[in-house]
Design a protein around this ligand. Structure first.
Ligand code: NGO
Length: 524
């Protein structure tokens, strides 16, 4: 009897100690797996508990803030099952809640920064602009357990480590590009990628809308562009295109996620789909066949014909009217079928046309061979010498060096998809570089930011595209956001490993690189 009693006392003691330890287990906010890594994190060692009593409050009087609160609720409710409601308030809400508010006091945060203060009683997010709040709620999502990203209910508890995060981006342009011309991707695929980009605080999405193999945007004044030019793709598939209504829907969807669409019409080369649609655009007046191969550099607009400029002006006018963002991308790459003495005046004239329609020009680095207009940005992809010419003209550069940042480069020689003309880009190689030191002549002050392009010659479906995009896109997001001195591969790969569970929960078909210590067992 005495022995039994002693055992009972002993086991109760052990149980109490274990429970006690769990309850006051110290947390460390600075060790959480946030990507991109925040600028400053001060941990306070406790937990905030998200419960069925928790709601999301937003400062009253702004439909935009309500929408951001709702985005967070929609992301957290399926897995947590907590039924978080979104409410407005004039004052700080009672304890136990999440609160989103704007404040113009903290100018250091800029247009996209935020400050997140988590105590055991509340989660307070402030920013100077709604974009900052939107980025801040992505951090809140990432501070919760990875299984929060599941679409189906999961078991809690839902704890967030306490402390303060102050965070803002290094570069103002942080983007990805999708080539919908080589293979067409549906509106749903595009929206899906936009949500994935938003999770990593990317803010620019470049759509490569035309190329030799396909024309993918409805232009009402030139209907054959899509009727004929949109009717196929690499490999001879059925292709496709976005109606203006669908494009506007994509633009709005992106805008609601604080992402700006940058549409590209590639010219004067990469233009066979248009040449095949309208004979008059050809110097000899004869339309070539549609093209379904993957060669580059064989087609050119007829730079000497006036109808060419009428065509371009119509396209730019319609596209500019549909695009609230500041940039139109005019391509300009690999114009091997255009003589340089024709290329230079062509690019000069097209820049003026874009400006006349109220937009700024973006173009691949070759456009620096022409005279760049004020505000024109050159996108460095291949020749540092071209980017250097842009800098010498006082223009800004967007960094997309193929050897580091092309999402279509294979990871290694065993990769199923992708090309390797610029080399292999394993996950560490994609992460381990700094835009501001890559090329000696391109300095930080010359750079607007970074963009990772996915060219689609070798991928034709969402899972195939995701295999090349993920996990490398996370690294590019971090390069664009996090100060270079806070970036480090050994630290990043641990955070990335945790995001394996998140990507799995979000059904992302990522490449499970051997260089990353993945921990994806309990995500689903
Ligand atoms: C090049 C080329 C594209 C290809 C891509 C493949 C640029 C700017 N032009 O990049 O047409 O699809 O490589 O990696």
């Amino acid at each position: 009897m005495r022995l039994r009693f002693k055992n009972y006392v002993l086991s109760s003691l052990i149980l109490a100690t274990v429970l006690g330890q769990t309850a006051c287990k110290k947390t460390d906010l600075s060790k959480e797996n946030v990507i991109p890594k925040p600028v400053s994190v001060v941990p306070t060692g406790e937990n905030f508990d998200l419960t069925d009593q928790t709601d999301i409050y937003v400062q009253q009087g702004s439909a935009e803030l309500l929408q951001i609160g709702q985005y967070l609720a929609d992301k957290l409710n399926p897995a947590t099952g907590l039924g978080l409601d979104v409410k407005t308030t004039a004052d700080t809400p009672a304890s136990g809640n999440i609160y989103l508010a704007l404040s113009d006091k903290d100018t250091q945060l800029g247009d996209e920064g935020y400050e997140l203060t988590i105590t055991d009683k509340s989660v307070n997010l402030i920013a100077t602009k709604p974009a900052g709040l939107f980025h801040g709620i992505q951090t809140i999502r990432q501070l919760l357990p990875a299984k929060v990203e599941n679409h189906m209910p999961q078991k809690g508890p839902w704890k967030i480590a306490t402390g303060t995060i102050r965070d803002y981006p290094t570069y103002s342009y942080r983007g990805a590009m999708l080539d919908v011309a080589r293979h067409f991707f549906s509106v749903d695929d595009v929206k899906n990628l936009i949500d994935q980009m938003a999770y990593y605080k990317l803010n620019m999405f470049h759509l490569h809308l035309s190329d030799d193999q396909g024309w993918r945007i409805e232009i009402k004044s030139w209907p054959n562009l899509t009727a004929r030019g949109g009717s196929t793709e690499v490999g001879g598939g059925e292709g496709g295109f976005y109606t203006q209504k669908q494009y506007a829907d994509i633009v709005k969807y992106a805008q609601d996620r604080y992402i700006t669409i940058v549409p590209e019409i590639d010219m004067p080369g990469h233009i066979n789909a248009a040449l095949a649609s309208y004979p008059e655009l050809n110097c000899d007046g004869k339309a070539p066949e549609l093209y379904t191969g993957i060669e580059v550099g064989f087609s050119s607009l007829c730079t000497g014909k006036e109808v060419t400029y009428k065509f371009i002006d119509d396209v730019i006018r319609e596209l500019a009217a549909l695009t609230p963002g500041p940039y139109l991308h005019i391509g300009g790459d690999e114009s091997h079928a255009t003589k340089i003495e024709d290329y230079i005046p062509f690019i000069n004239r097209v820049q003026d046309m874009v400006i006349a329609h109220g937009k700024k020009v973006l173009g691949w680095d070759e456009i620096a061979l022409s005279t760049l207009k004020p505000n024109t940005i050159a996108q460095y992809w291949a020749k540092a010498e071209n980017a250097t010419k842009a800098v010498a003209q006082g223009a800004k550069v967007l960094m997309s060096p193929a050897k580091n940042a092309y999402l279509d480069m294979q990871y290694d020689s065993t990769s199923t998809y992708g090309l390797h003309w610029a080399g292999y880009v394993e996950v560490d190689k994609g992460y381990n570089w700094d835009p501001a030191t890559l090329e000696p002549e391109i300095k930080k002050e010359n750079i607007v930011g970074i963009e990772a392009p996915l060219w689609s010659e070798t991928v034709s479906s969402r899972p195939e595209a995701e295999y090349l995009i993920f996990p490398r896109l996370l690294g590019y997001a971090e390069i664009g956001w996090t100060p270079a001195e806070l970036r480090n591969w050994d630290n990043y790969k641990i955070r990335l490993a945790n995001h394996g569970e998140r990507m799995k929960a979000m059904d992302i078909n990522f490449y499970p690189s051997r260089l990353v210590p993945w921990n994806t067992n309990n995500a689903k």
